[in-house]
Design a protein around this ligand. Structure first.
Ligand code: F6P
Length: 514
């Protein structure tokens, strides 16, 4: 398969960038601005403060055609083994589809439906007060024990949609025992349902945390407490059974869904348990719409393909190498964390699908925080620093209750930042000069409904996929996390025996002994 540099359109795109007018000049063209503003019933996507032009998009569209993007999308959706290094499909889209989809000759639709029915049942029983803990008290809290993809999606969604919450949820992710103590103190264990979410059921952080809670119950109430207080979500049910979890409380994950794409599966169980199954289903419905739009809509109406054009422009033509995602609502505070894993774990690769070195930059470094908080910390560098980067502003206008002056001010700040970055300010004093010509995108929603959030998250998944096609890399493996895991085990052994002979280990040993 080809990469972007092997397309005829590439040199045209490069010269567009090399000869690009600045954002001030570009924005004087009302016809261009019109074509770079996508408005639907639910959102406005404003690309006018990027260096994109209709001519650029024409060439970009040709490049996607030369790369057979549409055929590659169909391969993704139909269950071809697009994760070529692991010989697996990447069927997160099947989780939100109503179609029959076959993996190795078997229709996977019925098993997905069955798992969702079980999730609905469990969530319903929890909300009716029918689930009781070992002391007979009804369960009133949920703790999700998991990390990476078994954590960040549910965290982002449950925070964003918390106005729907029936049951409070906490997340135990890091292996720090102080974190565990904090969660343990927050919710009384006797009234808490623990969901151990781990596709592999071998991630040490997750298992160490789960074992410590398990020990608490065994010491205080005996083994039968485990079946009452734990559910598991995993592709290795036998490991969850060995842990002591009742088979009827084990929900499957599948090899055909990657961890960072798994919030739509039973890995999203804490979404259903906390917010209700109906909210989970509405999230899936929004993602289903995004899937249809990604496949069908022409480029100028297709958010995932357009957003990937922005990343391609600044990452591969301009060489900026960094992106910021700034949600202007506090309830979207975890979205940058979700996007970091989605983008960087998917596309942080140095070899193409066939193992040859890549021909240009792949995943940008992604970071972010909420506005206005970010304005008061790192925005100085975005406005006047030497490193340029595109900023993706995300927000929504309405929310429960009447319009409030705080929300209006929040929005005003978002618009002001985009404007200041793009157009700058001339000043005689060099320290007060704003150079401008710094790109940003505004993606503004009318309200943060479950459907809209599902749509937005799925668009980011598809944006990431388009980029992987441009770069000809496999977005669905993550071998880069393995070496650190192996070395962590080695260091843990050394620290256990305190026999390390390197300065850092000697320092640790000395301090641990005191
Ligand atoms: O270490 C990276 C990773 O494998 C992620 O891809 C994954 O989301 C996370 O660990 C958690 O894995 P698991 O669900 O198997 O515990």
């Amino acid at each position: 398969m080809k990469n972007y540099k092997q397309t005829a359109a590439f040199s045209r795109l490069q010269s567009f960038w090399n000869q690009s007018p600045d954002l001030q000049t570009l924005n004087r063209d009302a016809a261009r601005n019109q074509r770079l503003t996508l408005e639907t019933a639910n959102f406005l996507l404003d690309l006018t403060k990027t260096h994109l032009t209709p001519a650029f998009l024409d060439a970009y569209g040709q490049m996607l055609d030369e790369l057979d993007l549409d055929a590659q999308i169909e391969d993704l959706f139909s269950g071809r083994k697009v994760n070529n290094t692991e010989g697996r499909p990447a069927l997160h889209t099947a989780l939100r589809s109503d179609d029959d989809i076959f993996v190795d000759g078997q229709n996977i639709r019925p098993q997905i439906r069955e798992v969702f029915d079980r999730m609905q049942n469990l969530a319903g029983r929890l909300h009716q007060g029918e689930l009781r803990g070992i002391t007979g008290k009804p369960m009133r809290y949920v703790v999700n024990i998991g990390i990476g993809g078994s954590y960040l999606g549910p965290l982002t969604v449950t925070e964003a949609l918390k106005e729907h919450a029936h049951i409070p949820v906490a997340f135990l992710s890091n292996v720090d025992d102080e974190h565990l103590q904090d969660v343990f103190r927050r919710f009384p264990p006797e009234e808490t349902l623990y969901a151990v979410v781990s596709k592999s059921f071998s991630t040490p952080e997750t298992l160490m945390n789960a074992r410590q809670i398990q020990n608490y119950f065994i010491e205080n109430y005996g083994h039968e407490a485990i079946a009452k207080h734990f559910v598991a979500v995993t592709a290795h049910p036998e490991r969850a059974v060995a842990f002591g979890i009742a088979p009827e409380n084990i929900f499957p994950m599948w090899d055909f869904v990657g961890g960072r794409y798994s919030l739509w599966s039973a890995a999203g169980i804490s979404i259903a348990l906390s917010l209700g199954y109906e909210v989970f289903a509405r999230l899936l419905a929004g993602a289903r719409q995004a899937d249809a739009d990604f496949r069908q809509l022409p480029l100028e109406q297709n958010p995932a393909r357009l957003l990937a054009a922005v990343t391609f422009l600044y990452n591969n033509l301009a060489g900026y190498g960094t992106e910021a995602y700034i949600p202007y609502r506090q309830r979207l505070q975890y979205l940058p964390l979700f996007l970091q894993q989605l983008i960087m774990e998917s596309n942080g690769k140095s070899v193409q699908r066939d193992g040859r070195p890549v021909v240009g930059p792949t995943s940008p470094v992604v970071f972010g925080d909420t506005g206005t908080n970010a304005q008061h910390s790192f925005f100085q560098a975005l406005h006047q620093g030497t490193q340029k980067l595109p900023v993706f502003f995300l927000g929504y206008v309405r929310s429960a209750g009447d319009a409030h002056e705080n929300r209006r001010f929040l929005l005003a700040n978002m618009l002001a930042q985009a404007e200041s970055l793009a157009f700058g300010r001339l000043h005689d004093e060099p320290h007060k000069h704003f150079p401008g010509n710094r790109p940003s995108v505004i993606w503004l929603w009318d309200a943060l409904m479950p459907e809209n959030l599902g749509y937005m998250l799925a668009v980011f998944e598809h944006k990431t996929f388009v980029e992987s096609v441009l770069w000809n890399i496999n977005a669905f493996d993550q071998f880069g996390v393995e070496l650190g895991k192996i070395n962590a085990r080695k260091f843990d052994e050394r620290l256990k025996t305190r026999s390390g002979d390197r300065p850092v280990e000697r320092f640790i040993s000395k301090n641990l002994d005191n």
